[in-house]
Design a protein around this ligand. Structure first.
Ligand code: SDX
Length: 425
């Protein structure tokens, strides 16, 4: 059977044979379907790209109906159980898990670039005392572009490798500085003798003790949270990364653009909104009334639903497990009981079942972050740290894809036809 589609244009009676590539048509092949030689030809109209593949990618595979998520072919469940975040970051960026020697070399490189230029601290001190950490994160990431001018040489593979490393090494430092700023505490310099995640804890929580001693259970929980959030194929923020990067802007401003997209409450900002929703509900017995209000179109269940997952988000399942491990150290977050009741009721209710609305990655992550002592404003920053790895891996794939060029979608024009400016009095 030929890998083609035969399409008949009923306006003209003409038929066209469209080639299928991996089971898909190339949208540009629709343009040959014209009613006359002056006709622009057919486009595919797809607001929010609900059925449009903008790229070919080998990084992450999701099967939304089966609730499957794999990085470079490895199931997320196995990566979360058996690997460290730096190992998974290496996998996402390079396509293979590191050998022990490669892992040691990678960790050394990661921990060698954790410091920020002292002027970055001055830049951050300019923020208001109650500035939202995500606004500070986005601005500071963009500001790094002014410190590393050579990052503009995006077509040079050696430059890309260095700047990717710089960005990944520095995001925990930026994130920690936003946290310390919001708490009115002095910034803590990196301790490169610690692991990536332990050092993040050091820069967050070190007080007057001479040397910070990270709690291993908390470090492992953060590592798992980072693994779960590292990449997720062509989500909104990754699409922003690819779009901005396609103009050959440097990776720091592209990452800032991606982080700006992540900040939205429908995307990575949802984890903060989940906690506000649970606070608004207040107690388990008030869950039915809240669910009824959502069903009457008075808001959304934050942390529920997904464009791709029409089954349980596999990350949410792992986060439920990780929450219990964290609570063994921090004490149980009572918000979990409200969340579990909300999930129980929603998963039995036709309104949510029909719409295939299940808990997503943001539903449980905030409860864990709050138990670790973070305020809701920090939750999306904690999402952005690991997702920087995914954004940069996707950026690298876009830059090196011979089929990719500057992103410039078409439109269906619905405005006024040609008209003249009226004669002036
Ligand atoms: C992330 O893309 C990714 O991969 C993202 C992410 C990643 O790792 O990068 O997974 C991270 O962003 C997770 C999603 C976090 N956002 C939220 O939890 C916010 C709440 N969720 C919704 O806003 C919504 O579910 C989205 C944005 C996640 C998905 O929206 P879609 O695919 O555009 O679905 P839709 O808005 O067209 O909804 C379909 C129907 C609608 O009802 P009807 O108009 O058919 O009657 O489902 C309803 C929606 O009203 N609906 C919800 C709902 N989500 C969708 N109703 C109540 N509560 C919700 N959460």
């Amino acid at each position: 059977m030929p890998d083609t589609l035969t399409v008949t244009d009923n306006r003209t009676g003409k038929t066209y044979t469209l080639a299928l590539h991996d089971g898909n048509i190339r949208a540009i092949d629709l343009r040959q379907i014209q009613t006359n030689p002056d006709d622009f030809g057919v486009m595919s109209y797809d607001p929010a790209y609900t059925n449009t593949a903008a790229c070919r990618s080998s990084i992450t595979y999701i099967d939304g109906d089966k609730g499957i998520l794999r990085y470079r072919g490895y199931p997320i469940e196995q990566l979360a159980e058996k690997c460290t975040f730096p190992e998974v970051a290496y996998l996402i960026l390079n396509g293979e898990l590191p050998t022990p020697d490669q892992a040691q070399d990678w960790n050394e490189h990661l921990m060698r670039r954790t410091m920020l230029h002292e002027n970055v601290k001055k830049f951050m001190e300019g923020f208001h005392y109650d500035a939202h950490p995500m606004g500070m994160f986005i601005s500071t990431m963009a500001a790094l572009s002014t410190f590393y001018n050579e990052a503009k040489k995006v077509l040079d593979p050696e430059v890309r490798k260095l700047e990717v490393l710089r960005a990944i090494s520095k995001v925990p430092t930026i994130a920690a500085y936003t946290y310390r700023h919001s708490m009115g505490l002095p910034y803590v310099y990196p301790d490169n003798s610690l692991t990536y995640t332990e050092n993040f804890m050091n820069m967050l929580w070190k007080m007057t003790e001479p040397v910070y001693k990270p709690n291993p259970a908390i470090a492992r929980a953060l590592d798992i949270l980072f693994i779960l959030h590292a990449d997720h194929e062509q989500n909104c923020s990754t699409s922003a990364m690819r779009g901005v990067g396609s103009s050959q802007a440097d990776p720091f401003v592209a990452t800032a653009a991606a982080a700006a997209a992540l900040y939205g409450p429908l995307h990575g900002g949802a984890n903060e909104q989940v906690l506000r929703m649970l606070d608004e509900i207040g107690s388990k017995d008030k869950v039915p009334a809240y669910v009824a209000a959502v069903k009457n179109n008075k808001g959304k269940l934050m942390g529920f639903g997904h464009r791709i997952y029409k089954n349980y988000d596999p990350r949410a399942r792992i986060l439920k497990w990780a929450a219990e491990r964290v609570f063994e150290v921090t004490g149980r977050n009572p918000k979990l009981d409200i969340a579990l009741e909300l999930e129980r009721i929603a998963l039995e209710d036709d309104y949510f079942v029909q719409r295939k609305l299940y808990p997503n990655v943001d539903f449980y992550s905030g409860i864990i972050y709050q138990a670790l002592g973070f305020r809701p404003e920090m939750f999306t920053v904690l999402f952005a740290i690991p997702r920087t790895v995914g954004w940069l891996a996707q950026w690298e794939e876009m830059i090196t894809d011979p089929e990719q060029k500057i992103a410039r979608p078409r439109q269906v024009y619905t405005g006024k036809a040609l008209r003249d400016v009226p004669a002036r009095p």
